[in-house]
Design a protein around this ligand. Structure first.
Ligand code: FES
Length: 106
């Protein structure tokens, strides 16, 4: 039995390659990142001091924090550089037609 539910986050046309888009789901901000390897979704808050990553830069598969410059891999949320040492959450998404869908257990 499938207990997954889907939630439309955005259109693929809303996010140019190399850009990000912040969306809110149930009061939590999720950052969708459009990389050469596809779309990935991560928590919008840096694990170091809670800066909003939507104000940082996407470089390849990395999102750079605007406050102290930590880098995170958007594919798995891992912290790549100091001062961050804790990974950020990632969210499972998929593209269906033009839609970017958040898949969550329910
Ligand atoms: S708040 Fe992101 S590196 Fe400090």
């Amino acid at each position: 039995m499938d207990n997954k539910s889907a939630h439309r986050l955005a259109s693929v046309r809303d996010i140019d390659p190399g850009k990000t888009l912040c969306v809110e789901v149930d009061g939590r901000e999720i950052l969708i990142c459009h990389t050469k390897k596809g779309f990935f979704a991560v928590d919008n808050l840096c694990s170091h001091a809670a800066a909003r990553l939507c104000e940082g830069k996407l470089k390849g598969q990395k999102i750079l924090c605007p406050l102290h410059g930590a880098a995170f891999d958007v594919r798995d949320g891992s912290a790549l550089t100091r001062p961050a040492s804790t990974q950020i959450d990632t969210f499972p998404i998929r593209v269906a037609g033009d839609d970017i869908i958040l898949v969550s257990d329910s």
